[in-house]
Design a protein around this ligand. Structure first.
Ligand code: VAH
Length: 316
C-alpha cells in the first residue's frame, strides 16, 4: 500500500485511522477525504485532503487518478441508529456509495477495505460466540446494507479480481472523535459523562451484552488485515473481530474503580435497545486470528484506565 485514499475521514474511525496510516506509511501516502472540507482539522493540516461526495463516482475517480491511489479504505456510511431514522438515505449512502467506490477500485486496480459490523447479524443468528459463517438476517437497514456490502465485496473479488477485505467491527470506543448515531455509543458517552458529571444515564438496558473494542485495536486490525498474505485468506468480507463483550453495569463497575462516587442510571431508548437485542452477545474471532493474526491488546480494565486518562487531558 503506497498511496491510500480514506473516505469518511472525519468520522469516528476515519479521523483516527487516517492518522494511524499516515504514521505507518508517511503523511503524503494517505489522502484523507470527506463530504465536509475538513478545514482546520489535523487531517487537512497534516497531509493531502480532498472533498469527496461518495455518491459522485466521477469525483472519486478523479481523486484516485490525481493521486495515483492504489488502496481505497471506504468508511463513509450511516450507522445503525441514524440509519433507522432515515432508512432510504442509509441504503443510498451505504450501498450506492459502496458500489461507486468498488467500481473506482476495479477501474484503477486498487486494493479495497470497507468495514462491516456485528450489526450484520440478526435475531436468528446464534447469540453467543456467533460463528464467522452463519445465518445473517439483520432487522435494521444498517444491517441489511452491511450484509449486502459483504456480498458485494466478495462478488467484486471473485468476478473482477478486486482485492477486497473487510472486518465486522464491534462497538468501537475512542476518545478522539465521538461516534455519530450508533447503538454502541453509550459505551463512549459513559466515559465523557463519568468525568464531567460522575454519573451517566444509559439508553441501553442493564444486562445487554454487546461486543466492543478499543480504537487502537481496531486501527491495528485494519492495517494488519490489509498487509496480510492473500494466499492465507480463506474469508475476505468480512472477518469477525472483537476484544471483549460487556453489558452496561460491567463498564459502570469498571469506571467506579477509578471514580468511586460514579452513579449509573437507566433510561432505555426502545429503538436502540431493540437494535442491541437483535445483535449477538458475543462473536467468535477465530478465523481472523488464524488467517491473518488478529490480536486485541485492550480489555475492559486497560481500556477504561486509558480512556479516563486521555479524556481527563482532553476535557481539562
Ligand atoms: C453502531 N457503532 O452502533 C456502530 C457499530 C457494532 C456497532 O456498527 O451502529
Amino acid at each position: 500500500m503506497k498511496k491510500i485514499l480514506v473516505t469518511g475521514s472525519l468520522g469516528q474511525i476515519g479521523s483516527e485511522l487516517t492518522l494511524h496510516l499516515r504514521d505507518k506509511y508517511g503523511a503524503d501516502a494517505v489522502v484523507a477525504s470527506d463530504l465536509k472540507d475538513g478545514k482546520g482539522s489535523p487531517l487537512a493540516e497534516g497531509g493531502p485532503f480532498e472533498t469527496i461526495d461518495v455518491m459522485d463516482a466521477k469525483m472519486m475517480a478523479e481523486v484516485v487518478a490525481k493521486h495515483k491511489i492504489d488502496t481505497i479504505i471506504h468508511l463513509a456510511a450511516l450507522l445503525s441508529a441514524v440509519g433507522e431514522k432515515n432508512p432510504s438515505l442509509a441504503w443510498n449512502i451505504n450501498m450506492n456509495g459502496l458500489v461507486n467506490a468498488l467500481e473506482v477500485a476495479k477501474e484503477y486496480n486498487c486494493k479495497f477495505f470497507t468495514p462491516s459490523s456485528i450489526g450484520a447479524f440478526g435475531p436468528s443468528s446464534p447469540k453467543d460466540n456467533t460463528p464467522q459463517d452463519t445465518i445473517q438476517r439483520p432487522g435494521t437497514m444498517y444491517g441489511v446494507t452491511k450484509v449486502a456490502g459483504e456480498l458485494l465485496c466478495d462478488y467484486y473479488f471473485k468476478r473482477f479480481g478486486v482485492d477486497t477485505r473487510g472486518v465486522r467491527f464491534p462497538g468501537l470506543i475512542s476518545y478522539t472523535t465521538p461516534p455519530g448515531g450508533g447503538t454502541t455509543d453509550y459505551a463512549v458517552d459513559i466515559y465523557y459523562e463519568a468525568i464531567k458529571k460522575k454519573a451517566y444515564t444509559s439508553f441501553i438496558a442493564e444486562g445487554t451484552y454487546m461486543d466492543m473494542m478499543y480504537m487502537p485495536d481496531a486501527l491495528n486490525a485494519v492495517s494488519t488485515l490489509m498487509e496480510a498474505d492473500p494466499a492465507k485468506l480463506i474469508h475476505r468480507n468480512a472477518f469477525n473481530v472483537t476484544a471483549m463483550s460487556f453489558e452496561p453495569s460491567q463498564i459502570a463497575a469498571e469506571i467506579k474503580k477509578h471514580i468511586p462516587e460514579f452513579k449509573m442510571e437507566y433510561d432505555v431508548d426502545p429503538v436502540r435497545q431493540a437494535i442491541a437485542d437483535s445483535w449477538p452477545n458475543s462473536i467468535d474471532a477465530t478465523c481472523a486470528k488464524e488467517e491473518w493474526g488478529f490480536k486485541a491488546q485492550y480489555d475492559l480494565a486497560s481500556m477504561t484506565t486509558d480512556m479516563l486518562e486521555k479524556l481527563r487531558e482532553k476535557l481539562a
